[in-house]
Design a protein. Structure first.
Length: 240
């Protein structure tokens, strides 16, 4: 039996619940001291190094590093596997993020109809990294979290996920500068515009993305299963 009691500081999480529910134009919150300190330090010290096990994704709208959890599907759906390349603490966090308790707490925090863990992967950014403002808009039963593991971030420096009111950086409503044991969380909608400004300094922004989403055995993921969508499209092309 796993003991998950000393992982997340749920008191700090629920202190931001009302802010999350009332923020406009989308529901979002920033949570500091998300993990209990001892557990956070173990995660921080064992955060995976940027190496050839990461994918360097460079397109017109983004430049960042991505490292999938072992067994993750081609399009990012995380499975129940452990990742033996990572520390005991990272595997413990992944197990906890997969539990009903974890999902139920965030459901209570947000009032979003999430049911289970969909994405759990590392997102890194180095000098020259960025992501243009964009929106997913796959449905209201999706919570996206960016957890940060970067100490001594300078106030005003870019690199973290911001929330904006329009698809340009002049409309940024919130951008965090404390990236040491913190979390940005937002509920998906047509107004949940977010991105990351161009990172000019030679620094590493270390993060983990967790996505919780609605799911049922009958209908699958509320925001769609990209593997199944692409499989169906391939079948249709073959039939044509």
């Amino acid at each position: 039996m796993n003991d998950f009691s000393n992982i997340i500081n749920w008191d700090n999480v629920f202190k931001q619940s009302e802010n999350f529910k009332t923020n406009q134009p989308c529901k979002f919150a920033f949570i500091e001291n998300f993990f209990h300190e001892d557990f956070y330090n173990k995660l921080y010290n064992s955060y995976p190094k940027f190496d050839d096990s990461w994918d360097h994704i460079v397109t017109y709208d983004k430049n960042h590093w991505s490292k999938k959890w072992a067994g993750t599907t081609t399009h990012g759906i995380v499975q129940d596997d452990d990742d033996n390349s990572l520390s005991h603490e990272w595997n413990t966090l992944k197990k906890y993020a997969s539990t009903k308790e974890f999902t139920e707490n965030f459901k209570k925090f947000s009032n979003a109809s999430v049911e289970k863990l969909k994405h759990f992967h590392f997102i890194g950014m180095s000098q020259g990294g960025f992501q243009l403002p964009h929106v997913h808009n796959v449905g209201p039963s999706t919570l996206v979290m960016m957890l940060y593991f970067s100490k001594n971030w300078t106030k005003g420096d870019p690199g973290a996920t911001y929330i904006a009111s329009d698809l340009d950086e002049s409309s940024i409503l919130f951008e965090p500068y404390n990236l040491d044991n913190t979390l940005v969380i937002f509920q998906d909608s047509q107004y949940a515009i977010h991105g990351a400004r161009y990172l000019e300094k030679d620094v590493k922004r270390k993060a983990l993305q967790i996505t919780l989403e609605g799911w049922s055995p009958e209908l699958g993921w509320s925001g769609g299963d990209p593997d199944k969508i692409i499989e169906e499209r391939s079948k249709n092309l073959v039939e044509l």
